[in-house]
Design a protein around this ligand. Structure first.
Ligand SMILES: [Fe+2]
Ligand SMILES: [Fe+2]
Length: 222
């Protein structure tokens, strides 16, 4: 090891970057957002949120696909390709559910904070940043919220159904982002970029959830 590399040991580093993510999950536990459907009271609101989340599945698929060519690490590239496919399957499940309820899945106009969140992630140019922003920070919070949704008696069965499938996929590769970051975020520079990507995603996710709360309940119009 060269003396200039003052990178943290990878286990310590990983626990450090997960602290704000887990803190945010605890906050959401006490304040369930519209995103997890728990505070919603009408099917109209629920369909709105599902359309917004359908948009997320598609954008996530696009990002994974877009990054393939510029991700040199073969193991990460292979996982991204699988994830791109998986997100398209999730999009299919949600769009079908929305159609079953007589609504149009693709007339949704993304919220400004949601566009900003994905465009900001699209601008991440390095493997560890991408894994940290989209998968580690984003999917950890999203999966946590799916579990809250599935456990809640306030969420109707027709919403829970597609998310049971989605959650199986996500659990299947839950540890992959952590393993990749342990493997590749091994220099001080990469660790710093990773930390910043997590922080960026948390800021943007928070704003997206707040915007979705206002919009889903009709307090904001877009
Ligand atoms: Fe997904
Ligand atoms: Fe996912």
């Amino acid at each position: 090891m060269n003396g200039l590399n003052s990178a943290m040991n990878s286990d310590e580093f990983l626990s450090e970057i997960l602290v704000p993510v887990h803190e945010f999950c605890r906050f959401l536990d006490a304040n369930p957002p519209a995103y997890c459907y728990i505070p919603l009271r009408t099917d109209e609101q629920r369909i709105r949120v599902m359309k917004s989340r359908l948009f997320n599945e598609l954008r996530a698929a696009e990002l994974f696909g877009t990054w393939l060519r510029t991700t040199p690490e073969l193991d990460v590239k292979a996982t991204m390709a699988e994830s791109a496919h998986e997100e398209m399957v999730h999009a299919e499940l949600l769009s079908k559910r929305i159609r079953d309820l007589g609504a149009e899945p693709f007339d949704y106009k993304p919220l400004p904070a949601q566009i900003a969140m994905f465009n900001a992630m699209e601008g991440l140019n390095e493997t560890c940043e991408r894994i940290a922003g989209l998968s580690l920070a984003g999917e950890t919070v999203a999966n946590y919220l799916i579990q809250m949704c599935l456990k809640s008696p306030d969420v109707p069965e027709w919403i829970k159904q597609p998310y049971r499938r989605i959650t199986q996929d996500e659990e299947g590769h839950g540890s992959a982002p952590r393993e990749f970051l342990k493997r590749y975020a091994t220099t001080e520079e990469r660790q710093d970029r990773t930390r910043r990507a997590v922080a960026m995603r948390m800021v943007l996710f928070r704003e997206y959830l707040a915007s979705l709360d206002r919009w889903a309940t009709g307090k904001d119009r877009w």
